[in-house]
Ligand binder design. Structure first.
Ligand code: UDP
Length: 247
């Protein structure tokens, strides 16, 4: 049995990993790291390490799943067996099937699916290391991978959670806080359209706490969005300009 840590937040309001209530974990993003994919991204969000690879628009297999009026987005969220303390079976779990669905639903509103009828785009998400909040980090990376693949989109999607730990609403829960804390509210958000594309809640919150958690999570999303834009720009800055003939 895991021992429950005595205090998740100390008297000074500092959390177990040294953060204040409204502080994000460090986030690092990279775009275009898998040459075999049409688009790819890597995220380190605290101790989470996740790869996302996008393929398409391309012919759908099996063909009968294609739609005459739009492109079909498919997402697969998968956790490596070594990504968590206790080995996870490599077979898809109910949780992974659910997360694949909610990740797809959070990304769909951002894409112009109607531009590519009868085609499909696949996003594969591989969690290499997990430490709480992997669905949010996966959405942030998957949206970047789709942008990197050149799929036309209305906005990027960025995600972050807030929750309740020791009667305090805090931003971006890590694994222990997620498991021992009393609530977790993951939010995915399109910052330019000011639209929420995913809102889930695990645990119990009062209406006031819920509102505070959602606005805190959106605040976190806006900060991560700046890093998403930087990561996309960095990729294009690294592309060497073609040499002009000097004649
Ligand atoms: N986790 C685990 N084993 C599993 C699934 C999850 O140890 O088989 C851990 C992992 O660190 C994950 C955390 O539990 O990040 C919280 O999982 P949850 O289902 O709340 O999704 P997440 O917060 O990652 O979106």
């Amino acid at each position: 049995m895991n021992e429950k840590p005595e205090k998740l937040i100390n008297k000074k309001g500092i959390r177990l990993d040294g953060r204040k209530a409204d502080e994000l974990r460090p986030v690092k993003l990279e775009v275009g790291i898998l040459p075999n994919a049409d688009g790819s991204a890597y995220i380190e969000h605290g101790k989470n390490k996740i790869l996302a690879a996008a393929f398409g628009p391309r012919e759908m297999h099996p063909k009968h799943l294609s739609r005459p009026d739009r492109m079909v987005l498919r997402c697969r969220y998968h956790m490596a067996p070594f990504s968590v303390g206790e080995r996870k079976s490599p077979a898809p779990s109910r949780r992974e099937i659910e997360l694949s669905k909610v990740i797809r639903e959070s990304l769909e509103p951002s894409l112009f699916l109607e531009y590519y009828p009868r085609t499909g785009v696949d996003v594969f998400i591989e969690v290499l290391q997990a430490d709480g909040g992997t669905r949010c980090a996966s959405i942030t990376a998957a949206s970047l991978a789709l942008a990197d693949a050149g799929i036309p989109m209305r906005d990027l999607v960025v995600a972050c959670a807030a929750g309740k730990v020791e009667d305090k609403v805090v931003l971006d829960l890590f694994d222990t806080e997620d498991k021992v804390g009393s609530a977790d509210v993951p939010v995915a958000f399109m910052p330019n359209l000011n639209a929420v594309t995913l809102l889930q809640m695990d645990g119990q919150l009062t209406p006031d706490e819920f509102e505070k958690a959602v606005s805190m999570a959106i605040g976190g999303c806006r900060k991560i969005y700046e890093l998403q834009k930087e990561a996309l720009k960095t990729k294009y800055m690294l592309i060497e300009p073609e040499e002009e003939d000097e004649e």
